[in-house]
Ligand binder design. Sequence first.
Ligand code: ATP
Ligand code: MG
Length: 310
Amino acid sequence: MADAVEVHGLTKTYGTLTAVGGIDFTVPEGKVFAFLGPNGAGKTTTVEILEGLRRRTGGDVRVLGLDPWEDGRELHAKVGVIPQEFRFFEKIHPVEAIEYYAALFGTRVDAHALLRRVELEDKARARFETLSGGQKQKLGLALSLANDPTICFLDEPTTGLDPQARRAIWQVIRDLRSEGRTVFLTTHYLEEAQILADQVAIIDHGRIIARGTPDEIIAQHGRPPRLRVQASPGMAPYLREALGVTATVAHNYVEIPLPTKHEALRILGALEASGVPWEGFATVTDTLEDVFVQLVGHMDDGVLKSEVAR
Ligand SMILES: Nc1ncnc2c1ncn2[C@@H]1O[C@H](COP(=O)(O)OP(=O)(O)OP(=O)(O)O)[C@@H](O)[C@H]1O
Ligand SMILES: [Mg+2]
């Protein structure tokens, strides 16, 4: 499968600040790619370089085989964009805005169908300045689709949306993918990335610190699955003694590592034999958010600080 985006050794400096410090990644065609990282990590800088809006300092970048800075005109016809904190002319209404965009690209578009798609049809004739934050975001998404793009760059498309509106946007993203389009997404909602993304890259201080599918990243950087038992703290020393496992206490839970499902039977047997009161149990695994919180802010020159400390 071809790559829609190829990034090799990309750097961007603003004066003395290195916003992007030499990153490499690829985005396969027709997939959803989530680019994650804390505030100021370098996401928007990277996205805008890929869109041809900012000039890179160094490295090589290709989007749909084109150099975004040199071949911007050709590329812009194939790219859909929602900038972070999307704004538009105050007096324009959504139908006009979409038709205006389509005219810029010399394409025809059914503005009402597009507004239905993003669940904004009831505001088809409302002035931009009267739209709520979430409605403006939805219009941004509709506009990014007005030129029937091959790849969409969505920089925090769901920030500030209510849960239902976020799910509506998720569905649009899934539909874009099933139509064979590539989606390049940034978001601070890790749950959203875990649900939607085929591939993820996490950037921190301008460096990529993790890459892969959500499952690969969790398997590589997360803790092993655990059995979480609602029990009084006395259960932990009992299990350590009886089973020779590391049992930890958090809130009113005791957690025991569960490397294989067969371990569960042994642990449950020990719980029953303990004589210590216990209630329910569940198996828990790390989420992408757990791993993100663990990784971000703990890297020093590409090496985990905990590894340096060892
Ligand atoms: N035009 C600019 N001039 C100077 N510094 C900039 C400029 N744009 C971004 N920066 C700096 O570059 C770094 C990366 O910013 P960027 O906007 O790429 O972060 P981000 O990952 O998108 O963050 P957020 O999650 O807050 O949107 C930040 O330290 C920021 O202050
Ligand atoms: Mg940003």
